[in-house]
Design a protein around this ligand. Sequence first.
Ligand code: E4P
Length: 223
Amino acid sequence: MKIFIDTADINEIKEIAGWGILEGCTTNPTLVSKTGRPFRDCVQDILNIADGPVSGEALSTEAGGMIKEGEEWAKLDPEKVTIKIPMCVEGLKAIKGLSERNIKSNCTLVFSPNQALLAAKAGATFISPFVGRLDDISHTGMDIVADMVELIEYYGLDSKVIAASIRHPLHVVEAARAGAHIATIPYKVLLQMVRHPLTDAGIRKFYEDYKKIPKPGESAKKP
Ligand code: E4P
């Protein structure tokens, strides 16, 4: 399972890229609005830092407009830019149009295996089921990730499933178990994934015991 970061915050992306584990980045209008910067400037900066796919977003309400927006986004970096297209009839038409133009798409706001099947057939590069938002309304969000992966792999479709709307570290484990091709993870959750109380206690103990070891030429210290 690949790891993307779900943020538009450049400092967060720089930090995680520095860990050597970052394989892509997703944003959305809500995340970009928190930066107070124009969408295009944000995506351009992210492209300069992150390897792998980086998302722009189409906000038109009809397919022609979404395709035009996609063409504009793709000019930034035809290899890395991926256009988020919302799941709807016009979105499906736009995904088809973008795929014919070799522009990558990410079908977003997906909440059912049927929606995923349609997006895959239309030629979506990525499909993003929103796990946390389903959990919020008392559905087990991760079930649809497993269903989507099963359908896509059974029929040999090309789309990759991105487990999105990840809210905590257990979601990441569950996404990996469900066979998600990618998980897009908020910065806070990436930090939580690193930490374990036994690791912290072990590091402290080794450090304390290291200080008790005599340096070359010193006599043995008393325990
Ligand atoms: C995915 O691409 C979306 O940006 C994101 O995961 C949505 O998460 P939220 O439901 O926590 O807003």
